[in-house]
Design a protein around this ligand. Sequence first.
Ligand code: KIV
Length: 280
Amino acid sequence: MSLTPPDNLGNPGTVPGKVTTQSLIDMKAEGRRISALTAYDYLMAQALDESGIDVILVGDSAAMVIQGRNTTVPVTMEQMLYHSQVVAKGVQRALVVGDLPFLSYQVNSDEALRNAGRMVKEALVEAVKVEGGRTIAPTVKRLVEVGIPVMGHLGLTPQSIHKFGTYRVRATEPDEAEQLRADALALQDAGAFAIVIEKVPAELATAIAAELEVPIIGIGAGGGCDGQILVSHDMLGLYTKFHPRFVRRYAELGQAMRDAFASYIKDVQDGQFPDENESY
Ligand code: KIV
């Protein structure tokens, strides 16, 4: 019997180099940096996977970049299940992580288990992500004990935006930095396989990455992390409502789309589309 983990299409042992939670921990130990990006649909997930990305996060940022909401708070469990299902369908090699949306895991650990279980069972993701540190650690432990790998998320935690009221850099003061370090250790002790740290000073993220055994995946947390994640729609220039300085734009697809749409509209109006070759 092959011990190679199954791919997301349910074919055991057919994908060379399949990324697992353990291979991310091995990458950190070997000093190899982890690349991660978000996806919300089949085609984007397929393109990411074929490009060799290590981790695909079905982020609750879907609320903003897909649904046009102002925060990540309103996206529902059913919507995250839908996005996770269509992403997992397009992926063979990368590790697919599904974000648990606001209030799907905070009420109690029974609800967290039920919702995380749905992500793994119905959407076929291989891990879930939750925001929070010491307060959520007992829930993380419970999920891990039943076999659901958990990624943590500390620093700027967008689901708590109404508590903080601002997207400013977190943990700039020594006390908050120490709290964040304690949260990271608690998540590692609870069995989290990796932790996203968002928008904190590079020096702090680097120190936590050096102290912990599990990978620290940074977003706006400097180059000393074990890996990096960005929202794909930000780095592709598709979501342009705001542009935090940690987002490097690798393309301007929003503008490319507008140009293409404008050319099509003009061609239709001028009678230039379709031509003979495009007709029967
Ligand atoms: O929802 C999301 O896209 C995220 C990333 C920003 C890490 O949590």
